[in-house]
Design a protein around this ligand. Sequence first.
Ligand SMILES: Cc1ncc(COP(=O)(O)O)c(C=O)c1O
Length: 399
Amino acid sequence: MFQELDRLNPDAILGLMTRFRADDAPTKVDLGVGVFRDLSGNTPILDCVRRAEQAVLAAQSTKSYVSAAGREEFNLAVEALVLGNGHPARAGRRTRTLQAPGGCGALRVGAELIRAAAPTATVHVSDPTWGNHIPLLGSSGLRLERYPYYDAAAHELRFEAMLERLERAPAGDVVLLHACCHNPSGADLHASQWRALLDLLQRRRLVPFLDLAYQGFGDGLDADVAGVRLIAEHLPEVLIATSYSKNLGLYRERVGALIVVSESESRADAVYSHVLQIARSIYSMPPDHGAAIAACLFADSELRESWVAELAGMRNRIKEMRVLLAQHLRASTGSGSFDFIRDQRGMFSLLGVPVAVVDRLRDRHHIYMTSDSRMNLAGIMPYNVKYVAEAVALACADA
Ligand SMILES: Cc1ncc(COP(=O)(O)O)c(C=O)c1O
């Protein structure tokens, strides 16, 4: 049976990690892997998470199964965090939430739900988008198409082209949107653009699927979900995949959720029965430990306050690197052409340079990033930001 399977090429990011590890230059810089790093280069366990974990362990008396839906208190807290307490979709009992194994699990269950409800629907994904969106959604059997979103070379959002493309999508199609901190571009929609998009989705009867993996990494917990709340307030059907990998640093614990907004309370119940069946048919139940930590933290006002402060610390560290990198690039290139880095949001930006420059940065300067020139700003430290900027200037000048 297995003779039919040829060896696949390793994942590009894994290949990059291997090369980075093998590089013994003391100046090497990893801008490839998409995890937050503190000033020591660590991906820390947040102090509030440590304390919540201790409380969970002290209180836990069984490891028996929870349920396909996961923890109810986690799911309700997620809805409040994402949609806010007084949101009309919640007041109308039109929301149902499933705890899922990370944002990836939520995206996959969402894709299976779409496939069950509308097998011929196309999912429109942004160009560019996070590399994993394609296999996660596509392997459910759904057709995917790209809509223009960001011009990396010009460092510009392609909003008009995006609207124009989506205007031609047939009713019932799905539009995957990055709720905030677009990965890989760092270019987010402004409030007026969310409103224009809402108008289009309403008119064209398109269903938004919002991927919310970085709540709190852009401008703050509430500011980052303004677009999500607006969309979920005015549209009858919405899917939202959330992740607590980044904002709680719970990466390996696999904590996420799928929120589904339906047209009515009874529709929501019907939809949820399918969501639960899909979860059971893939992995039966989500892992509990990380969600128990998150639920404990969300419910405890003191832990939650600490979280808000630690999250602000992570956000500000990234913002500072954005400001510093843009400043140093200005100094080393003598132009403002990289100023866009300062104004974008979240962990990533696209340098917007050809692959030859990316290769030169790696081979000559030991700076590693994916071939699309995506940089993880949290991979830069105050002590090497000048080095990175000068290397970029040199690599670009040699191109
Ligand atoms: C855009 C986007 N969506 C979803 C995820 C899902 O993350 P996880 O499955 O680790 O929670 C990520 C993680 O990198 C992401 O960047």
